[in-house]
Design a protein around this ligand. Sequence first.
Ligand code: PLP
Length: 435
Amino acid sequence: MDLYTLHKAHVLTPWSAQAALNPPLIVRGEGAYLVDQEGKRYLDLTSGLVAVNLGHGHPRVVRAIQEQAQTLCYAPPSFFHDKRALLARRLSELSPWPEGARVFFTPSGTEANEDALKMVRTLTGRFKVLAAYRSFHGSTHGSSALTGENRRFAAEPAVPGALHFFAPYPYRSPFYTLDPKEEVARALDHLERVLLHEDPARVAAIFLEPVVGSNGVIVYPEGYLEGVRRIADRYGILLVFDEVMTGFGRTGAPFAAQRLGVLPDLITFAKGVTSAYVPLGGVLVREGLARRFDQEVLWAGHTYSGHPLAVAAGLAAVEAYLEEGLFERGRLLESWLKEGLGALWQKHPFIGEVRGLGAFFALELVKDRSTKEPLSPWHAPLSPAMQGLVRALLREGVYVMAKHNILIIAPPLTLKEAELEAGLAALDRALRGLE
Ligand code: PLP
């Protein structure tokens, strides 16, 4: 049996629009490229799931993992461990708070959000939590409850446990007016109404992705996140930024909080912390708040929280980001992407919008720019045109991430200009095939 058939026969693959397109069987990664079993190379314009920010095979991270495996392969989270302490100090230095932060390590981003849920309830003594529609926070029960994702087409049961509010999606804002300031004011008014309806004194936290990631790279209009911060402060509610996708250089700063200039109280992270070489996530809690855990019991933790191989990889990855100036390099990629994708927008009328920040962009395909009508109904997992586009790009040797009518481009921060140009030229050809 060939490997492809073997995979199909034995591996239960999570539902994903793209898995249905029979993606290639990958056996190797080299920098920004993936290599399949026939030796064909694919330029990965998505860094895996927006995770492999350093590209594959970064020697510093590879060496750190090898050395750690030879030194100590496991230490329970309740033990003290050298690399855990060193990485936590580094993350505190990189955090957006002048006072610094403490870190609670988890095995993944999902568990970071699960544990952040427990933390905000412990810290406030309140139970209710609010999260934005179109957010994605993970797939366990607590994190799915936070996830206000439009996934019902996949028959995923709605998980109770969190209340949702509409955040502005400027391209098709439910708060649309011609004046962006008025639009922000309407969105904030909606949030406050939801809070008042639920009794703000019973709400522990508001969870948000500062830039919505897998649901279409939505950059909130100016003033919105600042307004959410003000509302949270007004009612003593904690603000949690889920930076699982936006952290570690993706938006051109260590965290989007810094790029956007809004300070949450907690930040959840994963993916980029180790450049996805080893699973690791965590919660950054600003120092003033974290101190309260000296008295409170924090009932959370997992066998693999802060696993030695993961924290060693994290420490090496963070040193690589710093030494190679990769936290800032996202801004350079932003200028290339804006120009390159902007040129595609000029050429192809069914690209409704190009939007993004740092090395994190999306193209939204529409039937008609003037009406913004989606290329296919919003509940469709992947529009036929998008399926065609993804297939054409795979033939071209370019790997992208797509959902509904939205194509996400989030290359490794180490991507070279010529590599991006080649990828965008392939995208141009694939888009021409749709006409
Ligand atoms: N939060 C966000 C914003 C994400 O994008 C993801 C994963 O894509 C998660 C949480 C879940 O993280 P993980 O897959 O590491 O559990």
